[in-house]
Design a protein around this ligand. Structure first.
Ligand code: HEC
Length: 192
């Protein structure tokens, strides 16, 4: 390679053209994604708990049905990302993971099994797509005892809850969990 090309390469790298976002930019995106997923989890979790207290689990199902997508849309807008919840055993028909999300959840499950703390389990990557580079982020949503009211073993779930779920989600796959299992992920993506 002649010197001019080496210099050009160095300039492109310094400008971030050849190498994508700098380490600082990447750290900022991860930080943002963590804030966005915390906002989603806290807002939805808070509304879910209130609805459970006020309306009981059957009433809370309809709150979840309307509010979960709305809260995800609000958070997406606020942080300039696309935020959603997905699971390989999805309840919402739109909650099917894509290949990156499925792999991300599998890797988080492995890290959980290896002893990592469930609260801080997340992963991210910059992936090349035909439309350009995309920042992708996944945060594990571990099942807590409360979650099992609607995601637990069908044999022990309340009849009313099962009936409501069967009516609203005829293709529901999201039962059979026990506490500590990864129920799904918050998935965040942002085109670069
Ligand atoms: C009152 C019943 C209820 C409880 C309690 C509940 N969920 Fe759900 N969950 C639902 C419903 C209903 C949906 C589908 C919402 C929708 O249509 O977007 C859902 C969807 C999800 C999804 C999206 C992926 C999918 O399967 O569609 C995740 C992830 C999830 N729940 C995790 C949890 C976690 C973690 C907890 C405990 C903190 C929890 N849920 C507690 C009813 C519940």
């Amino acid at each position: 390679m002649n010197n001019k090309l080496i210099v050009l390469g160095a300039v492109l790298l310094a400008a971030g053209c050849a190498s994508g976002p700098t380490a600082t930019e990447q750290a900022a995106m991860v930080d943002d994604a963590r804030k966005a997923s915390a906002a989603l989890a806290q807002t939805l979790g808070g509304e879910l708990k209130n609805a459970m207290t006020e309306k009981g689990p059957e009433g809370a199902i309809s709150v979840c049905k309307t509010r979960a997508p709305e809260i995800a849309a609000d958070v997406s807008k606020r942080f300039g990302v696309n935020a959603k919840r997905v699971s390989p055993k999805n309840r919402n028909p739109a909650g099917v993971p894509d290949a990156w999300e499925a792999e991300a959840q599998a890797s988080l499950e492995k890290r959980l099994a290896a002893g990592e703390k469930p609260e801080t389990l997340d992963t991210w990557q910059i992936v090349a797509t035909p439309a350009g580079k995309t920042f992708r982020y996944a945060k594990a949503l571990p099942a807590q005892p409360l979650c099992l009211t609607c995601h637990g073993d069908p044999a022990t779930m309340a009849e009313g809850v099962k009936a409501r779920l069967a009516a609203d989600y005829p293709l529901d796959k999201a039962t059979g969990y026990s506490a500590g299992m990864v129920r799904g992920i918050i998935s965040i993506s942002r085109p670069l």
